[in-house]
Design a protein around this ligand. Structure first.
Ligand code: ADP
Length: 330
């Protein structure tokens, strides 16, 4: 989930969330991998291996965790890295697990260091050592845990310490969705929202959704509002007008994407520029740029990463309306 999500969005996302692998659109590779993993566990009636879900925000990590619980018929408990600031926070969560439960830890890379070591032992042996007392009277009390499946989600798999990464039986790398899959997400969502929007208009929305289902659903709500207020027919013009009103460009770049691309293209004349300099120039955290903005701009072929820093590609320079060395653009 998105930490910046509004209450309206959280309620809406819950309603639109697919509840089975069959309903989960796109990501054929990950779906196939999970199907085998879950079915094998079901056949042997054992707890599935720990699973790490990696990828930018809004691509379906929380949704998949919920599906893993549903597909294995097990209860699921939600927690998050920022909520685990001490080993004790983790001990409380782990000791409350019922046998076979799925424990979802969102943003697992933000968990406190002191909790990580406890988690290693818990993942491997389903046991933890609880420290009681201080100084000479300190003692560690072993505690058996119920077997559980840890499902971790991270936007930064590279930031996870290797011992933690290695303890997951499987890492699913979620990719940005292509427009055809986003069209299916949008068709499904509009059905659930009782909206009738013609296919050409859905295709336009899909193409501008930044490869991300959460953004597709968000834009769909803005289009819904626009159509309501303008009592317009659900056509392409309506979609275009709504997207223009909300400042979404043709490639689906949002405000930060454009700021980053613009800074590389104009301020640093195409680059290369280092991450921290770039972050300071656009007033965003380096972490956000690296895990959210860059993966999308790289995939769209607008920027590139080189050992000396980030560069704008000729396409990126054109998109930003900047001049490249060998051509003058209109
Ligand atoms: P993440 O946890 O990766 O940030 P979420 O699982 O919260 O992303 O997904 C955001 C929203 O996008 C969900 O409410 C869900 O409705 C929608 N969504 C994500 N992936 C899919 C998918 N593959 N098919 C249909 N809807 C999806």
């Amino acid at each position: 989930t998105d930490p910046a999500a509004t209450p309206d969005e959280i309620a809406f996302e819950g309603a639109l969330r697919p509840t089975s692998l069959a309903e989960f659109v796109g990501q054929p590779k990950v779906r196939g991998q999970l199907e085998v993993l879950l079915q094998a566990a079901r056949m042997q009636e054992r707890t599935p291996d720990h699973i790490l879900l990696a990828g930018p925000p809004g691509l379906g990590k929380t949704t998949l965790a919920t599906i893993i619980g549903a597909e294995t018929g097990r209860p699921i408990r939600y927690s998050s890295g920022p909520a685990i600031q001490h080993a004790g926070d983790l001990a409380a969560v782990l000791s409350a697990l019922v046998p076979g439960e799925v424990l979802f830890v969102d943003e697992i890379h933000r968990m406190a260091r002191s909790a990580e070591e406890m988690l290693y032992l818990a993942m491997e042996d389903f046991r933890i050592d609880i420290m009681v007392g201080k100084g000479a009277g300190a003692a560690s009390i072993p505690l058996e845990l119920a077997p559980f499946t840890l499902v971790g989600a991270t936007t930064r798999s590279g930031m996870l310490p290797a011992p933690l990464r290695d303890r997951f039986g499987f890492t699913a790398h979620l990719e940005f969705y292509d427009p055809a899959d986003l069209e299916r997400v949008l068709a499904r969502s509009s059905r659930l929202m009782d909206l009738t929007i013609e296919p050409a208009a859905l295709a336009e929305l899909a193409g501008r959704s930044r490869g991300t289902p959460r953004i597709a659903n968000r834009l769909l709500r803005r289009v819904r509002d626009w159509l309501l207020v303008h009592e317009g027919s659900s056509d392409l013009e309506g979609v275009r007008a709504a997207l223009e009103l909300y400042d979404v460009d043709e490639a689906g770049l949002d405000r930060i994407d454009r700021a980053v691309l613009h800074a590389i293209a104009h301020r640093f004349t195409g680059g290369p520029v280092g991450l921290s300099t770039l972050a300071a120039a656009v007033g965003e955290e380096a972490d956000t740029i690296e895990s959210v903005v860059e993966p999308f701009l790289v995939r769209e072929g607008l920027i590139g990463r080189t050992p000396r820093g980030r560069i704008a590609t000729p396409t990126g320079m054109r998109h930003a309306g900047a001049q490249t060395q060998d051509a003058t653009l209109d």
